[in-house]
Design a protein around this ligand. Structure first.
Ligand SMILES: Cc1cc2nc3c(=O)[nH]c(=O)nc-3n(C[C@H](O)[C@H](O)[C@H](O)COP(=O)(O)O)c2cc1C
Length: 368
């Protein structure tokens, strides 16, 4: 290995005691490939196995905590105890390759496609997303909000029973937790209209569940998107408030969701640094940060790590190049593939639904 990449290969220990061998994380990626009944499919397991023996940690695709939170065709379920064997199969397969494994837990809220939720699309308030044709969601009752919070705890219990090393609370990308934090989608006048209330209640419920059930170290992370383009919408100032609150929750990590690691704030702060530098400063020593966004080469990862973030997550880059970590480790970093090879689906071990989504969405993956 070229010695300059050694910082990428330092082990990392989270507060909970979970330890990774290196600083590279597979970012959560939905693959649309689970079975109809919500169980994990053979193709999906093969896809994860292909990518789990170099990275320090794998964060799985999101899983729904209640049936009315299912956000994607071919998303696997974490909503009932019947799913525990399926979850266990996924966790064991990934751990068998040497990586730590984190289950991303989720509710789609107003982004759930109506056909997946019997047409009953729900959210904080009856405000549709801005994309044309978005359904008007039904505002959740206070009792339903309580049930969904409990469901995040229940899915965490299942993750513990299934052998995961932790859960990541999916508070990013416009889904239900973010919908409660956003002034665009949360116009409530009850206690849940306080925009931090729901995200923090979910964190508390998950932490309480871990304290009650985990007998060995179990990590809890939280993922968020720092800004929304809509007006009104989440600003960097809102996000700094969210971080202040999350810092007090004894979390293992914060994971920022971005497509570009070096992207700059749109509004809310008078600061010309990148969002991740600002977020890292605010998180300080209190909670480690995972950065992400268009990291394809070893030098990209090294430069990103120099901002002080603790770990680097890679999404598209690991679909394109499953041997990313091994190539850096073996001094072959110049052989890392950075554009998808459209003739190589079998070798890349990518299930058909994900592969079709990739090759039919121009501009999403480099090379398409
Ligand atoms: C195919 C695909 C599926 C994704 N699914 C999820 C998901 O389930 N949960 C999530 O938080 N982010 C999801 N993302 C976002 C990625 O985790 C990541 O933040 C984004 O792709 C930027 O990283 P990259 O530049 O390394 O691809 C997905 C991205 C891709 C490409």
């Amino acid at each position: 290995m070229n010695k300059k990449y050694l910082p990428l290969f330092q082990p990392f220990t989270f507060k909970s005691g979970i330890e990774t061998d290196n600083r590279i994380v597979m970012a959560p990626m939905t693959n649309f490939s689970s079975n109809e009944d919500g169980t994990v499919s053979d193709d999906e397991v093969a896809y994860y196995v292909r990518r789990s023996n170099g990275v320090g940690m794998v964060i799985t695709a999101c899983t729904y905590v209640t049936l009315n939170g299912k956000g994607f065709d071919g998303e696997f379920g974490g909503h009932s105890d019947e799913m525990i064997p399926s979850l266990r199969r996924l966790a064991s397969a990934i751990k068998g390759e040497g990586a730590k494994v984190i289950l991303q837990i989720f509710h789609g809220g107003r982004m759930a496609p109506p056909h997946l939720v019997d047409g009953d699309v729900v959210s904080a308030s009856a405000v549709p997303a801005e994309a044309e044709g978005s359904p008007v969601p039904r505002e959740l009752s206070a009792a339903e909000v309580d049930e969904i919070i409990k469901a995040f705890g229940e899915t965490t219990r299942r993750a513990i029973e299934a052998g995961f090393d932790g859960v990541e609370i999916h508070g990013a990308n416009g889904y239900l937790i973010q919908q409660f934090f956003s002034p665009h989608s949360n116009r409530r006048t009850d206690k849940w209209g306080e925009r931090l209330a729901f995200p923090l209640a979910v964190v508390d419920e998950v932490k309480k569940t871990v304290a009650a059930y985990a007998k060995t170290p179990f990590a809890v992370g939280y993922r968020f998107s720092p800004e929304e383009p809509e007006t009104p919408g989440i600003t960097m100032a809102d996000t700094l408030e969210l971080i202040n609150a999350l810092k007090e929750k004894d979390l293992d990590y914060l994971h920022v969701s971005l497509f570009e690691f070096w992207s700059k704030p749109r509004r809310g702060v008078d600061d010309s640094r990148s969002r991740l530098e600002i977020i890292q400063e605010r998180a300080g020593d209190k909670v480690p940060v995972i950065g992400v966004g268009s990291i394809y080469t070893a030098d990209d990862a090294l430069k990103a790590l120099s901002t002080g973030v603790s770990l680097i997550a890679i999404a598209r880059g690991l679909i394109i190049e499953p041997d990313w970590v091994q190539k850096v480790e073996n001094g072959q970093e110049d052989q890392i593939v950075t554009k998808i090879d459209k003739n190589n689906q079998d070798k890349l071990v990518v299930p058909d639904p994900l592969w079709n989504a990739i090759i039919n969405t121009p501009g999403w993956f480099p090379g398409v």
